[in-house]
Design a binder for this molecule. Structure first.
Ligand SMILES: Nc1ncnc2c1ncn2[C@@H]1O[C@H](COP(=O)(O)OP(=O)(O)OP(=O)(O)O)[C@@H](O)[C@H]1O
Length: 556
């Protein structure tokens, strides 16, 4: 009798503890941000109390928004001040995140009680290394296409010095000969790949198969020893040849991991880490963020939007335990119309699931996207100007982006589309994304940008131009590939694999660009004949778009 009473008391105690825990973890999402009523699946990912959580979902499903909600939840439920880190890809996305969070009364109240850092990965690590670990000046890295290219060219030049010294000193005689195609640029790519994946010991590098980057030029096992020697020489050069030791962009994660290994209880660790656009972080960068976390980590992303090269990794190697509870998905789309997403989700990739997202639900409907052919730039410009003026007449505050693929020199040339549009509109770059504009002005703002710069952002109307076979896929990339192989090499398995990979990457860029549009998507191209349209049109179902040319040839 006595035992049974005490058992019951135990049971009751356990029950009330479970209930209390449940209530403690319960967090009300109502009215946190104006105009937003989270869906049941969104609530579920915010409420999750998993210490490691990965949230996936197609473009516009509210991943970034739910990450912001999780940040607020963490702050509200904490009994003592927390150190919280929110990592996003670039400066524009930081501004956008802060702007979004500031709209929440609750965030404004709570943020004063906690230590919240919102930063890009590289800025964060730079700050930790300099402020906490005694590193000397580290140059700041900007996460945009142009700065990344400049950084890569700088490193190419340094690798070239190392390579020249290697040959001129006669040291090369002691090693397996490299091919002519093993240029400084190739070596830099190889070194970055090694660092990004943590293959920094001879054994690991020699054993690792080549994945997630080009297959050319080929490298024999013996040559890998030569390359590893050059890798060590390069690292030494970066460390000792300058007034202060230099870091390349893939060094950051390795240095941070090293510091964390030396002091596992480091003060600079965070209680909670939240990561947006995690598909574009490298394996070692993700690993370092996992290690930088004391309590919880949430990562959100979409593999279809991966626009920077990354090797497929096993989560286990990154110390991430992934199962059904820790890996969640959002399926309702809040940004784009059903018609825009129908077109976007028919783009076929070779490295991510190609399911036409039938489980996806939509918040809004609209016109079918239009693909239009023009014979001259002027004619296209005239149509863009006409349509934008029409949109502005209805609502001058609508955000509009023209997404081009000009390179830097083309952009400075006279007579390009930017030039023509600037007579009518205030042409602005993506760095102004968070700015306020005076819409009463005659010249209204329109964004003129390339697809790399607009990940994570959204616009009411998108005009995607250059949808021809020279720009999608970029013929510059195909040309570089052909140079590597000494011409087109169809029939050569490696060439074909690399060729397909370029197609795949370029399709992801297209996916990112088209999924930025909220209400309307216009896809334009200029060519003598409409048959010069991008080959990617073949992925689309002809019923999903309108065109001013015959679609017959593109029917599947
Ligand atoms: N429940 C909701 N109610 C209303 N609007 C919502 C809701 N969820 C998300 N949105 C809106 O949908 C848009 C897309 O959200 P968000 O930017 O978070 O998507 P995402 O999945 O991060 O997109 P991407 O992968 O393209 O970065 C935003 O304008 C957001 O405010």
């Amino acid at each position: 009798m006595i035992t049974s009473v005490s058992n019951r008391a135990e049971e009751l105690k356990a029950y009330s503890e479970r209930l209390a825990k449940k209530w403690k973890n319960y967090f009300s999402l109502e009215g946190l941000l104006p105009g937003i009523t989270p869906t049941a699946e969104q609530k579920q990912v915010v409420q999750s109390s998993e210490k490691q959580l990965i949230i996936r979902g197609s473009a516009g499903s509210g991943k970034s928004l739910m990450l912001a909600y999780r940040l607020i939840k963490i702050m509200e439920q904490a009994e003592i001040p927390q150190r919280i880190l929110y990592v996003t890809f670039n400066q524009t996305l930081i501004q956008d995140t802060v702007k979004r969070l500031r709209q929440s009364e609750k965030y404004n109240q709570l943020v004063k009680q906690h230590d919240v850092t919102i930063s890009t990965y590289h800025d964060l690590v730079r700050k930790i290394l300099m402020k906490e670990c005694g590193y000397q000046e580290i140059n700041r890295l900007w996460m945009n296409q142009q700065s990344i290219k400049e950084h890569e060219s700088l490193i190419d030049a340094r690798v070239k010095v190392v390579l020249t010294r290697f040959y001129e000193s006669g040291e090369d005689k002691k090693f397996e000969r490299l091919y002519k195609t093993h240029t400084a640029k190739f070596l830099r790519e190889e070194f970055f790949w090694m660092k990004a994946n943590g293959l920094i010991t001879k054994e690991k590098y020699v054993e690792k198969e080549r994945t997630g980057r080009g297959h050319s030029p080929s490298v024999t096992r013996k040559q890998k020893y030569t390359i590893f020697h050059l890798f060590e020489k390069y690292n030494e050069f970066m460390k000792t040849n300058f007034k202060v030791p230099q870091l390349d962009m893939e060094d950051y994660a390795l240095h941070l991991l090293n510091e964390l290994k030396m002091s596992p209880r480091a003060d600079f660790k965070f209680d909670h880490v939240l990561v947006d656009e995690f598909q574009d972080l490298q394996p070692m960068q993700i690993k370092s963020l996992v290690e930088l976390t004391k309590d919880s980590i949430t990562l959100v992303g979409d593999d279809k939007q991966r626009i920077y090269k990354r090797t497929p990794v096993s989560y286990k190697d990154l110390n991430l335990r992934v199962n059904a509870r820790t890996n969640q998905k959002l399926t309702k789309n809040f940004r784009s119309t059903k018609q825009i997403m129908n077109l976007a989700s028919s783009i076929q990739f070779i490295d991510v699931e190609n399911v036409r997202e039938d489980d996806q639900h939509f918040f809004r409907e609209g016109k079918k996207p239009v693909i239009k052919h023009f014979t001259t730039n002027r004619k296209m410009a005239k149509e863009i100007i006409r349509r934008i003026k029409e949109i502005h007449q209805e609502n001058p505050k609508m955000t509009i982006a023209v997404v081009h693929r000009y390179d830097k020199t083309e952009l400075n040339q006279y007579g390009n589309l930017k030039d023509i549009l600037s007579y009518e509109f205030n042409i602005i770059g993506i760095e102004k994304y968070g700015s306020k504009f005076d819409y009463n002005k005659v010249k209204k703002p329109i964004f003129f940008t390339d697809p790399f710069e607009i990940k994570g952002l959204e616009f009411d109307y998108v005009f995607l131009i250059h949808f021809d076979r020279f720009h999608y896929p970029s013929q510059i990339r195909i040309k570089e590939l052909n140079e590597k192989y000494g011409g087109e090499k169809f029939g050569d398995l490696n060439y074909e694999k690399d060729y397909d990979e370029i197609f795949n990457d370029e399709k992801k860029l297209l996916y990112v660009a088209v999924t930025r549009a909220r209400f309307e998507l216009n896809i334009y191209f200029v060519a003598e004949k409409y048959q010069r349209v991008s080959q990617f049109i073949r992925d689309f179902d002809t019923r999903d778009y309108e065109s001013n040319f015959s679609k017959k040839a593109y029917k599947k």
